[in-house]
Design a protein around this ligand. Structure first.
Ligand SMILES: Cc1cc2nc3c(=O)[nH]c(=O)nc-3n(C[C@H](O)[C@H](O)[C@H](O)COP(=O)(O)O)c2cc1C
Length: 393
């Protein structure tokens, strides 16, 4: 049994993006169509550039499967780029503020901005979404669902009443039907939002920015349902699931803030209003253990507590602006506006899909740390024995 992990490779305009996922137990059914569905959602959303119309991201699973089931060996995933013009594209003369352009040139001692941006580009998140889809397939097998959606675009927020009060405990029929409704609402929205009423304002926000050659950011939330208590660790800082989730989300390009549960709002409140009372619920919760409320966002002491895991991330407005921001020509040293190249006006819906993948992967990793085995049946047996033991704690 090995640690669940992945690596990615590939450039924005190279031949392909790749992910290698290691540590998936043998015997899991994995379908390319499930990965493709997540890739398609990553390409969607109002305010994207023409690149998304050009690319039709589809995965090829190159290894790790036999007759649609995992073998326990590394799973290699390949998504080809339709635009693979890396060797023909011109260099950028003026690095763009807000991108890795200048810092990357200084780091590598080069004036070749193109050499930096080809890898720093968020097209790399294609590979993360593909790896995350493998984690989601694993979690789904054990009745854990991860769901991402947009809370706000620029200054326009979804109405709070539209966001369900996600329940804790094992994911059963009521939770599944609430999730199904939320999924239908999200997938019908060009903003991956649960509030159809907010769409008009969100569209206006993006259109106004586009007219002015500007960009907008926003907030998205990821919820994980059916997560059993006990994933992660309080024994080491590294093992804490909250820290791991924050790192996974913060490593998404343009994410500048992460909250768990009440997050920053808790800093203004009294402890008596923040912490979730513990109760017994016969026949419910995890072995009868349950909570009254979920302000903690499903994590206490760096360990999942059996409530829905709730994390939120803030995405900054995208840094490539049509008019360009003040910069300097790397050759002449003269002031010049940052070079514009094909770019989104808003990518918050896409980022919510990447966030979903990031959270799924971290939870799946912690899940296998607790219940891991070489085969799915070993994992199932370990999980079952643990869940049966909870009532007698
Ligand atoms: C899904 C997604 C799509 C993005 N698309 C663009 C884009 O079209 N134009 C752009 O300037 N930045 C885009 N970004 C953000 C940049 O990649 C990011 O701001 C840049 O790499 C600098 O990293 P930092 O913002 O984390 O410092 C996108 C980010 C994500 C997650």
């Amino acid at each position: 049994m090995s640690d669940l992990r992945y690596r990615t490779a590939g450039e924005s305009h190279g031949p392909a993006l790749l992910a290698i996922v290691e540590g998936v137990p043998a015997g899991l059914r994995l379908e390319a169509s499930a990965i493709d569905a997540d890739l398609a959602r990553r390409q969607g959303g109002f305010g994207r550039s023409r690149r998304q119309a050009l690319e039709r991201d589809r995965v090829r699973i190159l290894s790790g499967l036999k007759r649609g089931r995992t073998l326990g060996s590394p799973i290699a995933l390949l998504v080809g780029n339709a635009d693979d013009s890396i060797d023909r594209l011109p260099n950028l003369r003026a690095p763009r503020p807000g991108h890795a352009d200048l810092a990357g040139c200084l780091k590598y001692g080069t004036r070749d901005v193109r050499a930096v941006l080809e890898r720093s580009s968020a097209r790399e998140t294609v590979a993360r979404v593909a790896a995350g889809a493998v984690a989601r397939a694993l979690l789904r097998k054990f009745a854990v669902e991860v769901f991402g959606y947009v809370l706000s675009i620029g200054a326009v927020r979804a109405a709070p009443r539209r966001v369900p009060a996600w329940g804790g405990g094992p994911l059963e029929s009521e939770g599944l039907s609430r999730l199904g409704e939320a999924r239908a609402a999200r997938d019908a929205s060009p903003f991956a939002s649960l509030d159809p009423g907010a769409a008009v304002g969100m569209r206006r926000e993006v259109e106004a920015a586009a007219r002015q050659g500007d960009t907008v950011g926003g907030l998205f939330e990821v919820v994980a349902l059916g997560v059993p208590p006990g994933l992660g660790s309080f024994a080491t800082g590294e093992g804490r699931i909250d820290g791991r989730l924050a790192r996974a989300l913060m490593s998404i390009p343009a994410v500048k803030g992460v909250e768990i549960g009440l997050g920053f709002a808790a800093a203004r409140m009294r402890g008596s209003r923040v912490h979730d009372p513990i109760l017994r619920r016969d026949g419910g919760g995890w072995g009868g253990w349950a909570r009254d409320g979920n302000r903690a966002g499903g994590v206490e002491g760096g360990v999942s507590n059996g409530e829905a895991v709730l994390v939120r991330a803030a995405m900054k407005p995208l840094p490539t602006l049509r008019r360009g921001l003040p910069s300097v020509n790397l050759e002449t040293r003269a002031p010049e506006r940052g070079t514009f190249q094909r770019s989104d006006v808003c990518a918050v819906p896409a980022a919510s899909v990447v966030g979903e993948a990031a959270v799924a992967f971290e939870i799946a990793r912690a899940f296998l740390e607790k219940f891991g085995g070489d085969s799915i049946s070993e994992v199932s047996a370990a999980r079952r024995a643990y869940l049966e033991s909870l009532g007698s704690v």
